[in-house]
Design a protein around this ligand. Structure first.
Ligand SMILES: C[S@@+](CC[C@H](N)C(=O)[O-])C[C@H]1O[C@@H](n2cnc3c(N)ncnc32)[C@H](O)[C@@H]1O
Length: 387
């Protein structure tokens, strides 16, 4: 019976007919907390593989095996660790049930699904995160059934938009191996967890992500949640961004870090020559306090709201220019519609040759910074001071 099931699986793999296979009814011999295993075909750079998703009570782990390795793995686990297996191919549905006494029953019937499996490893492009991921529930985004809570819809949209941006950045600017990533001012960690899950589980990257956050309580909570999720490369440190001294930094993230905390983070990224910088600034108090415009905009900046918006533009515009002066190519764009949050500007910057900055590019950018400061009566931009 087991042999029949394995042959059906092997044939489905060989003929490219496999849609999915699931293992259920774990026994006491299954690894602790392992509930199910889901198998699906994927095509990786290395060739066709079977992606095995191990669903534990509080986390998922994904491993890729060849068809041959998968058959061996199924043979080892069926009847010992799992008593039930269902196979879905474009040709047939097959089922194997094994009693506790070891009696096996095999059955097969017409296929319930005939659409071939989507074998792209990039299936995440349609769905960047699995809402059933247990950490989303721990962070209060989803309910126990993995449904996004009505109160968390904006957060969920923001998380997904953020991952879309990261995905598109990495397509043109891939991370090096064993990349070191810091998320400064990580708060409750929504976006830090999302980034780690997306890069490690969906992209299969071996990364280390560190969340830097002043508030010890949040750090403890995030570390506990990361350990429960089995995210070994994700940790949080209770520290001021200013005191963070990374030995190496490949990607710097600073999302909604308050006022000049964004500048502290950007300066760390620039000094460490992080190849990718992603910042979504928060409040812009420093420039607003100092701004004494003497240019043609002066008459309209007597209106508080216009002055506030202008201060944001000047702050973030100069940040982008300072990144350019330090060898980066920058983009400033709307992160997420203002309908969902007022903090909606994102700055991304990538640098390829940060070790040898183009002197002309630097001089041009610094001239623009000086002109802006003069026109808006800004004595000092905090990031410039830090650099
Ligand atoms: C508005 S929250 C943003 C959290 C998260 N990045 C997000 O976008 O959801 C800003 C966080 O930055 C932290 N923070 C502010 N200044 C900091 C500093 N100098 N060092 C470390 N953390 C800081 C605050 O404690 C707060 O949790």
């Amino acid at each position: 019976m087991l042999a029949q099931f394995l042959t059906s699986f092997q044939t489905a793999c060989a003929k490219g007919q496999l849609i999915k296979c699931t293992l259920g009814k774990p026994t006491g011999a299954a690894p602790d907390g392992l509930k199910n295993i889901y198998l699906r075909p994927v095509v990786l750079k290395a060739g066709p593989r079977i992606a095995w998703t191990f669903r534990f009570q509080t986390r998922d782990e994904v491993k890729n095996f060849t068809a041959e390795e998968s058959v061996q793995n199924l043979e080892t686990r069926l009847g010992t660790q799992f008593l039930n297996a269902d196979l879905f191919s474009t040709e047939l549905d097959a089922s194997l049930g094994i009693s506790k006494k070891g009696k096996a029953v095999f059955s097969q019937k017409k296929p319930s699904q005939t659409t071939p499996a989507d074998t792209s490893h990039d299936r995440h492009k349609q769905r960047l995160l699995d809402p059933a991921a247990p950490w989303l529930h721990a962070l209060g985004i989803t309910n126990k059934a993995g449904q996004v809570l009505p109160s968390a819809q904006d957060k969920w949209r923001q998380i997904n938009k953020y991952l879309e941006i990261i995905d598109s950045l990495l397509r043109t600017h891939p991370l090096p191996t064993h990349a070191q990533i810091a998320d400064m001012g990580s708060g409750k960690g929504y976006l830090t967890f999302a980034l780690y899950d997306f890069l490690s589980q969906q992209h299969g990257l071996d990364i280390q992500v560190t969340g830097i956050e002043l508030r010890q309580k949040l750090v403890d909570f995030c570390n506990k949640t990361a350990r429960a999720a089995g995210f070994d490369g994700l940790q949080f440190v209770a520290q001021d961004i200013n005191d963070y001294q990374p030995a190496r930094l490949d990607m710097l993230i600073a999302l909604h870090a308050c006022d000049t905390a964004t500048d502290l983070a950007l300066a760390k990224g620039i000094h460490a020559k992080a190849g990718i910088v992603v910042a979504a600034p928060c409040c812009h108090k420093q420039i607003r306090r100092d701004m004494q415009a003497s240019n043609e905009l002066a008459p309209i900046l007597q209106h508080g709201i216009l002055e506030e918006r202008q201060a944001e533009i000047v702050t973030d515009g100069i940040r982008a220019l300072l990144l350019e002066a330090n060898g980066y190519k920058t983009k400033v764009f709307e992160f997420i519609s203002t309908e969902h949050t007022a903090k909606n500007v994102m700055i991304t910057a990538v640098g390829n040759k940060l070790g040898s900055i183009d002197i002309r590019q630097r001089a041009e950018a610094m001239d623009k910074v000086a002109a802006l400061k003069a026109g808006f009566g800004v004595k000092e931009h905090f990031l410039e001071h830090l650099l």
